[in-house]
Design a protein around this ligand. Structure first.
Ligand code: T3D
Length: 267
């Protein structure tokens, strides 16, 4: 059986590929554990300066929880007369979301097809989303009588506003890539045949960029989302000192003055 998630590091870029195309990259237990391990490995590896999250096949990015596996455990719980075991949010989704959103390096999602439920949630955890023309998105949760998980109730309203987020969560529907782009869910749309190359180029550019500044930007945006202007100004002060003390800042300014392209070290 092929690995449910592939993990590869090359030249500072970690590529994580959901690899169950025959199951629309649905998250069965093996895939959830492997994705959790892969994102944590990327977060912990100081040599990794950017992450590309993508999926195999041209039909689905990830359709969320593997409902064919899930139904088995639901029925087993019922037959045993015990309460439903819902441990996957705690065990898998929350650590995945925390690692993706908090790692001090940019994460790019290359969305190659439908993203539903937790699959939509993982895409929303990325700092930059590139989607193929055939991609689509759905919150899906309420469609199977569940509430939002994988961070969607945090990420989606921040991207598109609370009113629109409530609409998409209460009335799950398929959002075309054009609408997703208009809403600000997707940063760029490319032909499916170009997705791997285009997303790879973006992710590699980030992997070669000023990592300390990117980490500070990511921290700053997350902080500002739930702090006052004054608190955020203090945070910006702290983070600018950090970025300004990096070797890459000196490299950038010297390159600017010399009219050269900077070659960053990631520190
Ligand atoms: O334990 C916990 O805490 C639960 C946590 C849950 C978190 C979640 O992610 S809940 C949300 C789970 N996902 C969904 O509800 C999505 C369900 N799927 C759909 O709504 C549709 O399939 C799609 C909109 C994603 C795609 O539609 P379409 O028309 O392109 O494809 P299709 O014909 O519906 O599906 C194609 C196949 O994929 C089909 O299998 P078959 O008939 O060929 O054997 C379908 O059953 C399968 N599939 C689609 N989604 C899932 C799935 N199989 C397992 N799990 C899925 N999530």
């Amino acid at each position: 059986m092929a690995d449910a998630v592939l993990y590869e590091v090359s030249d500072g870029l970690a590529t994580i590929t959901l690899n169950r195309p025959e199951a629309m990259n649905a998250m069965n237990t093996e895939a959830k554990v492997a994705l959790r391990d892969a994102v944590q490995a990327a977060a912990d590896d100081g040599a990794v300066r950017a992450v590309l999250l993508t999926a195999a096949g041209d039909r689905a990015f990830c359709v969320g929880q593997d409902l064919k596996e899930h139904v088995g455990s639901l029925l087993a719980d019922r037959e045993a007369g015990r309460g439903t075991t819902m441990s996957t949010v705690h065990e898998h989704y929350n650590p995945i979301v925390r690692a993706l959103t908090r790692m001090p390096k940019p994460v790019v999602a290359a969305v190659n097809g439908v993203a539903a439920g937790a699959g939509f949630g993982f895409a929303l955890c990325a700092d930059y989303r590139i989607a193929a023309e055939n991609a689509s998105f759905t919150t899906a949760f309420a469609g199977v009588a569940l509430t939002a998980d994988s961070g969607v109730s945090w990420t989606l309203p921040r991207l598109i506003g609370p009113g629109r987020a409530a609409d998409l969560l209460l009335f799950p529907r398929s959002i075309s890539v054009a609408e997703a782009h208009d809403l600000g869910i997707v940063n760029r749309v490319v032909p499916g045949a170009d997705l791997a190359a285009e997303a790879g180029a973006v992710a590699r550019a980030l992997a070669e960029g000023p990592t300390v500044a990117y980490a500070a930007l990511k921290e700053s945006l997350a902080y500002a989302a739930d702090h006052s202007l004054d608190e955020t100004l203090e945070k910006e002060d702290e983070l600018q000192s950090r970025a300004g003390s990096s070797e890459d800042h000196a490299i950038a300014v010297q390159a600017f003055v010399a009219k050269k392209k900077p070659k960053y070290l990631g520190r």
